[in-house]
Design a protein around this ligand. Structure first.
Ligand SMILES: [Fe+2]
Ligand SMILES: [Fe+2]
Length: 342
């Protein structure tokens, strides 16, 4: 630390230049008009999960089996949405470090805030259904509840493996690379939430899903406008990283949007049969979850949309044979390689 003797202010009229980039830009330039519009929409569309009509949810009309199965789906969602606030908070810090334009900083702030809302909606749904705060310490009341909890433990274990990788990836990659992975999550999640909102019978769940779906649509628009701005001048090595990230994103997000691929997710043999059983109980109770073929079709469409976007910028697309998409073959994707988001 410089002592009082070394005070620069006694020696010069203006301080020396601050090494750049520093964390606070002290400037609010805004060039990407589309991002300003998205931010304004985010302000208008802000919602408070606590203020939704939760009092209309009478959990006693469901059996304990149904409650535990519906709570399982919220748990599955939490594996993705509970990591989204820190994931986007880190990305937001990066927008400040990089002295991104004001509109970009604001948009990443709004995504962080939205994702926190999504996590909170999961919390409230789970607390109501299970009457307990922690899915891992909850004492299941039924056989299917026990199986669901075992699955939850494995999901939690797998989801916990990527944070270190992500922390290393954030400083290493440009925002352009980071938001290609984000886009994957946003395209996929806006699709699923709109479907669930349409199909779900419980009014408050319907409302949560349509609000989350609207948020995810905005997040997708943020990624798209950043791509329009940055992708025309993208470096060659960034292009191949993006191709790899898309494959990684597919593997990661399949756990919620389709079914977790065995070569990537470390899960017991009975995981998928259990999950199918749970989903069918939840479905019969009016909690809409798409069936296997419908999930596959949705996922394929979301990926084709993404491919359409990347093709415009000549970014090679990875092969995704699981849903019948040909492309560049990407092997050996590791949990450490992924930049996951939802
Ligand atoms: Fe989300
Ligand atoms: Fe999102």
């Amino acid at each position: 630390m410089a002592g009082p003797k070394d005070k620069l202010a006694d020696k010069m009229e203006f301080p020396p230049a601050t090494p750049q980039p520093n964390i606070y830009p002290l400037s609010w330039e805004s060039e990407t008009k589309k991002m300003e519009e998205i931010w304004e929409a985010a302000q208008r569309e802000y919602w408070d999960p606590e203020k939704l009509p939760w009092d209309t949810l009478d959990v006693s009309k469901y059996s304990w089996e149904e409650r535990e199965c519906i709570a399982y789906w919220w748990t599955l969602l939490s594996v993705f949405d509970a990591s989204a606030p820190p994931v986007f908070a880190s990305a937001m810090i990066k927008t400040y470090e990089a002295h991104e334009e004001d509109a970009v900083r604001k948009c990443f702030f709004s995504v962080t805030r939205d994702e926190h809302n999504h996590e909170q909606a999961c919390r409230i749904a789970i607390q109501k259904l299970l009457e307990h705060d922690n899915v891992l310490t909850y004492e299941p009341k039924t056989e299917i509840g026990k199986k669901a909890q075992k699955n939850a433990h494995w999901l939690y274990y797998n989801g916990g493996r990527y944070w270190d990788g992500y922390k290393q990836a954030v400083p290493r990659y440009s925002l352009a690379v980071l938001f290609s992975s984000f886009l994957m999550g946003e395209i996929a999640s806006s699709t699923i939430f709109h479907q669930m909102a349409r199909g779900c019978e419980e009014p408050v769940f319907k409302e949560v899903f349509s609000k989350i779906g609207r948020d995810e649509g905005r997040h997708m628009a943020i990624c798209m406008s950043l791509m329009e701005r940055d992708y025309p001048g993208l470096a060659g090595e960034d292009r191949s990283t993006i191709t790899k990230q898309i494959r990684a994103g597919y593997l990661f997000l399949s756990a919620i949007l389709f079914e977790p691929p065995e070569d990537f997710w470390d899960l017991p043999k009975d995981f998928i049969p259990t999950q199918r059983e749970i989903e069918s109980i939840a479905r019969k109770a009016g909690f809409f979850i798409p069936e296997y073929e419908a999930k596959k079709e949705n996922w394929r469409n979301a990926i084709l949309n993404l491919k359409g976007v990347l093709d415009k910028y000549d970014i090679p697309f990875p092969a995704i044979p699981e849903v019948g998409i040909t492309g560049e073959e990407i092997r050996d994707v590791d949990m450490e390689d992924i930049i996951p988001v939802f």
